[in-house]
Write a protein that binds this ligand. Sequence first.
Ligand code: ADP
Ligand code: MG
Length: 733
Amino acid sequence: MPSGVGESEERWRKAGQNCPMPAAAKSPPSAKPDPGAAPAAPGAGPSAVQRALRKLGLVRDIDFALYLPLRYEDETRIVRLADVRDGESAQIEAVVTDCEIAYRPRRQLIATVDDGSDTCQLRFFSFYPSQQKQLDVGARVRVRGEVRGGFLGRQMMHPTVKAAGTALPEALTPVYSTVAGLAQPVLRREVRSGLARALLDETIPAPCLPQGMWDLRRALNFLHYPAPDVAVATLEDHSHPAWQRIKAEELLAQQLSQVQARTERAAQRAPVLARVDGDASLHARLLAVLPFALTGAQGRVGVEIERDLARTVPMHRLLQGDVGSGKTVVAALAAARCIDAGYQCALMAPTEILASQHFGKLVDWLDPLLAARGLRVAWLTGSQKKKERDAMAGAVESGEAALVIGTHAVISEKVRFKRLALAIIDEQHRFGVEQRLALRGKAGGGDAAAGRPALEPHLLMMSATPIPRTLAMSYYADLDVSTLDELPPGRTPVVTKLVAEHRRDEVIDRIQSQLAQGRQVYWVCPLIEESEAVDLRNATATRDELAETLGEQVSVGLLHSRMPTADKQAVMAEFSAGRLQVLVSTTVIEVGVDVPNASLMVIEHAERFGLSQLHQLRGRVGRGAAASACVLLYAPNEGGRVGEAARQRLRAMADTADGFEIARRDLEIRGPGEFLGARQSGAPLLRFADLERDGLLLDWARETAPRMLAQHPELAQRHVDRWLGAKAAYLKA
Ligand code: ADP
Ligand code: MG
């Protein structure tokens, strides 16, 4: 943990390691802001408010200061009702001329007010007695809300009502995104005092600061409490010096922590895995038993990895390669190098199905070779029987298990490695940062008394989802990237067809023709997010329907995420062995399954899937030499069309099979926040800056960060702490 941890920092940490991300200023949480000054729910003590604030990520003073308004209300002026046009929001002062509770047909409070220029009805469907009291006939009130015209005259629905005559504020009133149980006025007060308390002294040395930047406090004050004459357009203009300052600070914090991460990693030590050559090496023997020659890309990447493994600094490398590019072999060869050097290797996959596929393959390849040395491949997952798991854990601890394959159970605290030197994470984007953090120190070897730090394992992360360059630069500056840019030879590209739901019959014909050629077929059922039970019913019905249509001689299997793991594995094994010809599945087959004889994939309701998910699914076919196809069945809605984003996704799938191009389009359709968010749970995203739009500031931050760390390390640390707090750890993982 960095030094200079202040009291508020302490509070942040006490709030728990998994503090929620502050809601991004540009994407409000789903809870609707509550502009009305509804009193706090009965019984809402301070702790309820505290809890609600925490939900919004508001813990430290600085969190409040950086919690910028969604929009503003103008309470600075009183206007004449007669001057307000229908549909406009306005604040008036008027006298209550009538007030009653009516049933028409719902119970409601209706008051009439008159400001001398016109009259207006105020209507409330839910209200407190105190509100009714406020609206006693004869009372003079200040009312703010949207004025609507209508059959019954002018109306304001649920306006905000106060006593008239109090001083008017001098600035616009901020409206913040909030959650249930946290009324807007309470949140407003909390933000105001948080902002007032926050230490916002200058952390960026003057020579580093671009010309014309405002200081942080001025920028924040401006955006929280703009003067009434500031136009909305100005407040939303991101080239305004106030916004520029905030974005610059944020980008700088991010870059600083990246430089720090790089420096820290450079100081870490990992086991040096010297290369063992010769025919007797496991590496050479594995190469010899592989049923194919490596592609050029696999060979090149293998060398990149070997070079890292032989260094004293832990490897931190991402291996990206499109689905089917052959990442598993690269991983196996790296493991062999590690074992040759006398160490252990761990291979983790996000799901049990995928892990067991790796296990099946690597056991076949490696176990016979390892047995000769008294070593073996071990299997570890959470669903294992305790006895078996204990046995496996024993083999890991004794070092007999040279390679350990499994889910994240592999890095659970209870598993102690004798000599772990290499950790490989498949489909890394499906793992959280916590899991990568859990690897730290797992290589052992530390001796605090002798001043020797624990060793870090080398880390190889694999992903079929390439990270676009701009994101890589800002989020993964501390990552080396290897790319498999070549598919194994003999693959015919997968033909992708978009087929409307009502042409389902043609799809059945296609299936039959594939089956007649001895091929196998995947049928992926749609995502129905509300309930897995519905999902299962659906998938089951589809299986039955297909079985009936295709006839008795065709065996149709079902795979669903609700099934017990053993059943899933059994079904997968049947399909791999060719005993099942059609596999109906929910998206559990999304990652990594490898059945080269499968040549057709049908995805039902393809419009409901995300782009990279579709691409991953499609990657399950086209793994053998046979011509393969992917049919995207889509259901137009009543208008006969699919939504715009869905249409773009389907188009992209039909246009290209290139994973990099798919990732680029995905980023375009979804924007970087979501793109990363879905993959990188816990990664601190930029709240204010936008990597594309703020390219100039990003350049500035990239240039400034190393200089600032070298010349003003304390200021740099203060800056990082202020902006990232406990989240800094995530950036370094
Ligand atoms: P992914 O990169 O998607 O994880 P896999 O490692 O599962 O890909 O490999 C996909 C398929 O290609 C597997 O059946 C694998 O055995 C095969 N394969 C890998 N490398 C080669 C190669 N050099 N030549 C031929 N087939 C290969
Ligand atoms: Mg894979």
